[in-house]
Design a protein around this ligand. Structure first.
Ligand code: NI
Length: 227
């Protein structure tokens, strides 16, 4: 299931982040790639000791924290510290790959299992040609290129790629999440149920059946979640 969440960042946050990224030090994206993905990864990535990285990460995590749709779609247990990438010029693409299942956490506390991958777009789509995120979902292949400030989330089990950027620069933040619900099918059921309940509540208020269905949602989450 691929979900686009619009307006994750405010306009002010977006401008401030674009400005910091323009003044930051970048390295080849191979620095965090697994063995297979290193062969097809040709982009740039913000270096781990970049001056602005802590504030960039805090801004993204604070934005995710206040976003109810992100919470219900991901049911995040742990979020890998967000990373930033840039595509353009000679370093302009990332061929088909699957994200590594386990990522060692930078603080040495163990591993994060990647259940959900996310890309937060930081450049407007008309600022570059190409650069679509192409994801092979159970329902077919989807290509996305949303507005700056929008985030695309998809199961980390999907084969995906970023098509070559042939003009301009594609800036993005990307990250992996371990979900409280490991199975993507169960996450999808919970997401769809929660979204339907939201609509029911708006249309009919907290009627007795709505209260009971809400209880069923929470009881399913209680039995499927690992924390
Ligand atoms: Ni990837």
């Amino acid at each position: 299931m691929l979900i686009t969440i619009d307006d994750v960042l405010t306009a002010e946050e977006l401008v401030a982040m674009q400005d910091m990224l323009a003044r930051s030090r970048w390295a080849h994206g191979g620095i965090t790639a697994g063995t297979q993905s290193a062969q097809v990864k040709n982009n740039q990535q913000l270096v781990e000791d970049a001056e602005h990285l802590p504030i960039l990460r805090r801004t993204v995590l604070a934005a995710l924290n206040r976003n109810a749709l992100f919470f219900t779609a991901v049911l995040p247990r742990r979020i890998f510290p967000p990373l930033f990438n840039r595509y353009g010029g000679e370093t302009n693409s990332f061929g088909n790959h699957v994200d590594n299942a386990m990522r060692p956490l930078p603080d040495g506390s163990g591993y994060l299992r990647t259940d959900v991958s996310a890309t937060l777009f930081l450049a407007e789509p008309d600022a570059y040609d190409g650069g679509e995120l192409v994801i092979e979902d159970t329902y077919g292949t989807q290509a996305v290129k949303p507005r700056a400030g929008s985030m695309v989330i998809y199961p980390s089990t999907s084969v995906h790629q970023v098509t070559p950027v042939t003009r301009g620069q594609r800036l993005a933040c990307f990250m992996w999440m371990q979900s409280m619900v490991r199975d993507s099918g169960q996450r999808r059921l919970l997401y769809e149920m929660d979204m339907a309940l939201l609509q029911l509540r708006q249309q009919h208020g907290d009627t007795d059946p709505v209260i009971r269905l809400t209880g069923t949602y929470h009881n399913l989450l209680r039995s499927w979640a690992e924390i």
